[in-house]
Ligand binder design. Structure first.
Ligand SMILES: NC(=O)C1=CN([C@@H]2O[C@H](COP(=O)(O)OP(=O)(O)OC[C@H]3O[C@@H](n4cnc5c(N)ncnc54)[C@H](OP(=O)(O)O)[C@@H]3O)[C@@H](O)[C@H]2O)C=CC1
Ligand SMILES: CC(=O)C(C)=O
Length: 320
């Protein structure tokens, strides 16, 4: 079945659907149905990660939709991510193979280093959030440079078509570009009107790296959200723009990224929202509305993970 979508073309020539589907916080009991609804609605790009602890259920949904003939594997774009305790170069292949087994796939379309910072190195069966007795996450000794070299091997082995980075700042991206024989195709970062990543986007474009916007709706279900935190989905200025096009705030937030050429991966486990978030192809935000949304930037990062801010590779001390 053909799906409405637009595609971006990566620096390796491969294409990626610009609107994808997020799966963080989607519980194992919900995510299988959510992914099935998403594929039926037309999504062909699913964003996964081992640390979301739901890849088996995502894999069940993908398999069912392939078996039903709704979609072919080659028309899906599946991303996963290497978690922070697995940066040891000689362990990276074991970890991607576990993800592939859980997702019931032979290859990924995209594999990302989830964060530049390493946690204390461990194995699959270890605690993925190693902590001291006082509850403080323990830093690892790894270097993302060495991890990147191991990521490159995965491409040569056919385990993933493309590789990329996530939560890397400009300097960390430059470090990778300085040694890469296989370039990162994307940097997946928090991106929405309160943190529009204008400078990182411009820097990345100079190196043919396309940004992927995570938490594009402001991640209202993030575990540390407080009732008084600003809410993008309830922002009167976003709602007013939506009203003009007869579209919801979520649809405006998604279309904003698509019109900037940024890949966008909203998450939902609610059928009506999954469907309406994909119903964004019949309107175009006018230039003056795009420019107005650009002015909402207030360095409003919600996924700061600042409990790790003393780690040497914590990415968010730099301006971008
Ligand atoms: N690389 C990284 O480090 C990170 C990657 N990600 C990826 O990005 C994806 C998206 O980011 P995420 O942080 O989940 O947050 P989002 O910004 O996508 O927001 C998800 C929340 O918005 C709600 N929602 C979805 N659609 C609507 C709608 N139309 N109207 C009202 N509420 C809506 C969802 O509710 P409900 O589900 O109940 O419908 C959920 O509470 C993640 O799921 C993950 O795949 C996210 C964070 C970090
Ligand atoms: C959600 C996510 O990808 C984190 C916290 O790394």
């Amino acid at each position: 079945m053909a799906s409405k979508n637009q595609f971006v073309t990566f620096n390796n020539g491969l294409k990626c659907p610009i609107l994808g589907f997020g799966t963080w916080k989607s519980k194992p009991g919900q995510v299988e149905d959510a992914v099935k609804v998403a594929i039926d609605a037309g999504y062909r790009h699913i964003d996964c990660a081992m640390v979301y602890e739901n890849e088996k259920e995502v894999g069940n949904a993908i398999k069912q939709k392939i078996d039903e003939g709704v979609v072919k594997r080659e028309n899906l774009f599946i991303t996963s991510k290497l978690w922070n305790i697995f940066h040891q170069p000689d362990y990276v292949e074991t970890v991607i193979k576990k993800t592939l087994s859980d997702l019931q796939l032979d290859y990924l379309d995209l594999y990302l280093i989830h964060w530049p910072m390493a946690f204390k190195e461990g194995k699959l069966e270890d605690d993925w959030f190693p902590k001291t007795a006082e509850g403080v996450t323990i830093e690892g000794t790894g270097s993302y440079i060495e991890t990147w070299k191991a990521m490159e091997k995965l491409v040569h082995q056919g385990l993933t078509k493309s590789i990329g980075i996530s939560n890397f700042n400009k300097k960390q991206t430059e470090d990778i570009l300085n040694i890469a024989t296989v370039k990162p195709v994307t940097n997946q970062v928090e991106c929405h009107p309160y943190l529009n990543q204008k400078k990182l986007k411009e820097f990345s474009a100079q190196h043919n790296i396309i940004l992927t916007a995570y938490s594009p709706l402001g991640s209202p279900d993030r575990p540390w959200a407080k009732p008084d935190d600003p809410s993008l989905l309830d922002d009167p200025k976003i709602l007013a723009i939506g009203k003009k096009y007869n579209k919801s705030a979520a649809q405006v937030l998604i279309k904003y990224q698509i019109q900037r050429g940024i890949i966008v991966i909203p998450k939902s486990v609610t059928k009506s929202r999954i469907e309406s978030n994909f119903d964004v192809w019949d309107f175009t935000l006018e230039q003056n509305d795009m420019l107005e949304i650009d002015t909402f930037d207030c360095n409003g990062r919600v996924l700061h993970l600042n409990w790790n801010k003393k780690f040497k590779d914590y990415p968010f001390h730099d301006e971008y």
